[in-house]
Write a protein that binds this ligand. Sequence first.
Ligand SMILES: Nc1ncnc2c1ncn2[C@@H]1O[C@H](COP(=O)(O)OP(=O)(O)OP(=O)(O)O)[C@@H](O)[C@H]1O
Length: 473
Amino acid sequence: MKLALDLPDAADRPQSALQNVLQQAFFDVFERQFAGAVVVNTDARVVWMNPHYAEILGFADPGRILGERVDMLLPNTRLTEVLRTGEPILLDFMTHRDRTFVVSRFPIRDDQGCLIGAGGIMLYDAWQPLKPLMDKFSRLQQGRLTPRRDPGQERTTRYSFADVVGESPACRRMKELGKRAAGLDATVLLLGETGSGKELLAQSIHAASMRASQAFVALNIAAIPDTLLEAELFGAAPGAYTGADRRGRDGKFKLADGGSIFLDEIGDLPLSTQAKLLRVLQELEIEPLGANQLIKIDVRVIAATSRDLPAMVSRGEFRADLYYRLNVLPIRLPPLRERVEDIPALATKLLEDIHRRSGAARVELSGEALNWLATQPWPGNIRELRNALEQATMLADRDTLLPADFLSAAAPTGMAPVTLAEAVRRAEIEAIRTALQASAGNKAEAARLLGIGRATLYEKLANHGLDRPQLES
Ligand SMILES: Nc1ncnc2c1ncn2[C@@H]1O[C@H](COP(=O)(O)OP(=O)(O)OP(=O)(O)O)[C@@H](O)[C@H]1O
């Protein structure tokens, strides 16, 4: 490899010291260990670069780059900052053209500690292997990650009201009610479609409440098999189970003692467990399975559902007494299609989040894209908006997104992963729309075509927000 240590403007003493350092140690290690490596002198001119780095910059021969200013070759480099401050930048991302790299930069000093240059290494030439670390890092930076008390049990909030984006009247009302609920210690019932921000609001309420320093424990009832629900909620005494759980375990209510419990999809609670939950809410004591002993608890309940609980009560599927016990402070979360004026602010926040978490290049939305987003029905609400933005960001090859970027992202080949619940929900909406079209809007006929009762169809229409005039998609 050709070295350019004898640059015309760099033949002074520090430069020869740099030469010594380089010759002693760097080349072998840099050449072999890192995806890319560059060394500059105090004038920020390249004195050495390994072939891989040169190739990334589009130069077949690293010799052609020697003597060039590094900030001319790599406009986003911060090596000049290292030369100015003498401080290393140990872990950073650097975007060059359409690629993002994980890089580390450090000052190079001679034996007397005099700055004689700076080095930059590319640790990874793709950021994906670091995504889990980056996610954790960004949460740590926001002070949202506190040590878990035991594996798999996160009992802390990550969000506060500051994270709830939206200034539409519907969103302001929701936040106002949430803040009022935070100041009280009563049971809260959050009502909203999937992805409308129920868990975000529940966390915000807890984080602003007098229980903020205590646990926040979330349980999605729909995700737990009926047979395990009671143990999950109230715990089990040693010996109540065979197998892995024979030592007994605390239920979520016990884990939340002193704090708040978030019971998501409360409408999915089986009737038998509803009776037990009602007793817990009335008596503020739990009886772990097989324990034969009552344990006093002090927990604030925040329940949520996307289902029509009054309709379930009238059909005998949800206990009226439990419903009234839960419905102390009801808060309705507006679906996204009722707050389209929040889409620009939400999209900005979500794009920033996508950029921070994935390292994907920063993109903006064109006016046309914003208009297009405002006309979509968003059955999956803000979660779906986030997915759409993420897909478009990953697939687009420009930094200002157009409607076409969303349309191509929505094509079957570009489908982003969604939760199973979300996939089922989308399929259900599609099936209902098709049946309504086939029956020319006759709901009794559509219910017959779908093989469900009329009442069930009405409930599903309400849940999916299909009972209101839809914006064209
Ligand atoms: N007002 C908001 N501002 C910013 N982000 C939001 C807002 N509302 C929801 N989100 C984001 O949308 C996603 C879905 O929100 P969340 O999980 O709270 O919805 P959910 O109603 O609890 O959904 P599900 O009923 O499916 O559990 C999350 O990533 C959340 O951070």
